[in-house]
Design a protein around this ligand. Sequence first.
Ligand SMILES: Cc1cc2nc3c(=O)[nH]c(=O)nc-3n(C[C@H](O)[C@H](O)[C@H](O)COP(=O)(O)OP(=O)(O)OC[C@H]3O[C@@H](n4cnc5c(N)ncnc54)[C@H](O)[C@@H]3O)c2cc1C
Length: 287
Amino acid sequence: MRYSFDCVVVGSGIAGMTAAIYLKRSNVNVLLLDNDAPGGLLNKISVIENYPGFDKISGPDLAYKIYEQVTNLGIEIRYGKVLDIKDHIVKTDIEEITTDKVILAVGRKARKLDNTNDIKNISYCALCDGNLYKDKIVAIVGYSNSAIEEAIYLSDICKKVIIIGRGSSFKGEDSLVDKIYSKKNIDVQLDCVIETLNKEKNLLNEIVTNKGIFKVDGMFVSIGYEPNTLFLNELEKDNGYIIVDNKMKTNIDYIYACGDIIKKDVYQLTTAVGEATIAAINVKKTL
Ligand SMILES: Cc1cc2nc3c(=O)[nH]c(=O)nc-3n(C[C@H](O)[C@H](O)[C@H](O)COP(=O)(O)OP(=O)(O)OC[C@H]3O[C@@H](n4cnc5c(N)ncnc54)[C@H](O)[C@@H]3O)c2cc1C
């Protein structure tokens, strides 16, 4: 069977774009597919300080630089939400594409707080919605690296930021934790559990916790992520994360995976880039 592409890369976050760059430079006929803007999670990061080559760069700026590299190489990008992959056919909500190999780089999405769908002033992205709360009081729920970064970003916009974390200490880089404690308008509440969210006309105005009641104008949530693998039930997974071998190959012979979607210990930009490189080089070897 002649395929339309040698390799379809699903997801144009940092992992997908990296894989596409390596493939195109090896003369592989590659297609990059996404149902959103290129960059994935990068578009939601205010400041990155741990990516080699940049002391400090915003996520959207890094995404744009990589995207420029992708377009300069002439890599074909198409819009489409992948619904299924079977027998070398990638089915999107728009078309069906035949391909020899597939690299999945679909990342993960923010975990939602239960029973909050009707509340309008709860956000899952400080970079996207922070400006709506200029000089206001907001809470951020979470105590991991992402929550800390978002709290620091919000503290430069909002009058006050209350961090509500269930844990007894932060789960984040020491330098970021130090920054939190150096900010005068960040109120840290650890061992703090939300009991009730009081609202008026679908707007949250009070967070009732075991540590007291906090009046807020809005709330940001950063309580972890879940993988974007609703499709592809026959892939071997652990808690939704795709299991790969050291070549980034899944249990299905022609499908590889890399980045935040795979089962691993460290979910960072640099690890996503490394895994994408391994996946692309191994795909090239098998074509
Ligand atoms: C707030 C925050 C701050 C962070 N800060 C840092 C940091 O400072 N340093 C660091 O190293 N890491 C940081 N990270 C982690 C880092 O952003 C991720 O590890 C990395 O971006 C993952 O890249 P990825 O390409 O695997 O996935 P993603 O960036 O999530 O890309 C996945 C892409 O797949 C697409 N997609 C999903 N499903 C489908 C489908 N069915 N069909 C088509 N396309 C699909 C999505 O639209 C998306 O574009 C941070 C994360 C967050 C949330």
